[in-house]
Design a binder for this molecule. Structure first.
Ligand SMILES: NC(=O)c1ccc[n+]([C@@H]2O[C@H](COP(=O)([O-])OP(=O)(O)OC[C@H]3O[C@@H](n4cnc5c(N)ncnc54)[C@H](OP(=O)(O)O)[C@@H]3O)[C@@H](O)[C@H]2O)c1
Length: 315
């Protein structure tokens, strides 16, 4: 895996961040250590968590489990300087706590995250979602103060509409504040069925990708493998994606993967990378995580990209 520039931030990070969402809940701390060791041994340094991961895994969880496992990992391995830690805030934790992006909530949340991660700074702090009830001046102004105080190095946003990202970029640059250098949103090769409910999750649309390129913001994609959907048999599609268009995309993807001697899921990760999107990778299993990292070695020609992109297109 190679390193890439983190948008406008003067720093390089691994092109495929490691998603730590299930660390400490469905993935045991022991397995999380093994997976993170493996990721780092392949050149990975970009660890992705959030302050609410993963309270929904069961009634015994409240959020913060993933951050705490990563904190233990960093302490045990004494690797704080070698890893780039991203966390997020804004979504509710268990019991609806900690939601929103008011100055007070941000201040409370950052102290908890720093404690969980056993560090005095976060490399990248994302707004996990937009908060339309708080003025952008307040939330981005407070994020900027955290950067000035040395608690945060760089800032990012997640699940933002493109016009809100545009507003945030203008506001922060006009004020000389920390500018968002990454946009993390949902992104995959199959396209969601019309009307599929996404809750507060938002897609990385072609418009977002154009915006990111024009404004030097790194697009980071999550749920790229759609919970293992690209390992399904031909003709099978996950719920919310069962369309003729996705069947056509599946045929193109599976045929090209067979031709190239790679797995369809690996091809999706390589396709995302070729589009300039950094795909988050995650698995509970070491050999599947390794397969995902190996996708970085797949070379796709412009004809192959066009074949994949045109599959299922209406015209
Ligand atoms: N910003 C946001 O709002 C947001 C939302 C969701 C997630 N995220 C971030 O994105 C990360 C990834 O999210 P995700 O879990 O939704 O991603 P995903 O792309 O759906 O990947 C994980 C899933 O794919 C399966 N998988 C992984 N590698 C595989 C392989 N080689 N073959 C077959 N199946 C495979 C895993 O199952 P096994 O464990 O069985 O391998 C798991 O179900 C999270 O950890 C989190 O950091 C961010």
């Amino acid at each position: 895996m190679k390193k890439i520039q983190l948008g406008a931030a003067p720093v390089q990070v691994c092109q495929m961040p490691l998603g730590a969402m299930w660390f400490g809940t469905t993935i045991s701390p022991k397995q999380a250590f093994l997976l993170t060791d493996l990721y780092r041994s392949c050149g990975g340094d970009f660890l992705d968590t959030a302050n609410n991961y993963s309270y929904w895994a069961g009634p015994q969880y409240a959020g913060g489990e993933s951050e705490r496992v990563l904190g233990d990992y960093i302490q045990t391995r004494r690797c704080r300087g070698d890893v780039f830690v991203a966390t997020k805030m804004g979504f509710p934790k268990g019991g609806g706590k900690g939601a929103g992006l008011s100055a007070q909530t941000i201040r409370e949340n950052i102290e908890i995250s720093l404690r969980n991660l056993q560090t005095d700074y976060v490399d990248l702090l994302y707004m996990h979602c937009d908060d339309l009830t708080v003025a952008m001046q307040e939330s981005f102004g407070t994020f900027d103060q955290l950067v000035r105080e040395g608690k945060v190095r760089y800032i990012g946003v997640s699940n933002f509409m493109s016009y809100r990202l545009a507003d945030a970029l203008t506001l922060t640059s006009q004020n000389g504040w920390a500018v968002p250098c990454a946009l993390q949103s949902r992104f995959s090769y199959y396209l969601p069925q019309d009307g599929r409910r996404m809750g507060n999750q938002r897609m990385l649309t072609p418009e977002h990708l154009h915006q990111c390129q024009a404004k030097n913001v790194l697009p980071v994609g999550y749920s790229v493998l759609l919970s293992g959907a690209y390992a399904m048999a031909r003709g099978e599609l996950p719920a919310g994606y069962q369309t003729q268009r996705n069947l056509a995309r599946q045929a193109a993807l599976y045929d090209l993967a067979a031709q190239k001697g790679v797995l369809p899921g690996q091809l999706v990760l390589a396709w995302a990378l070729e589009k300039g999107v950094s795909p988050l990778i995650s698995s509970s299993d070491a050999s599947r995580l390794r397969e995902n990292m190996e996708a970085a070695d797949i070379v796709l020609s412009s004809q192959e990209m066009e074949l994949l992109d045109r599959a299922g297109a209406l015209a």
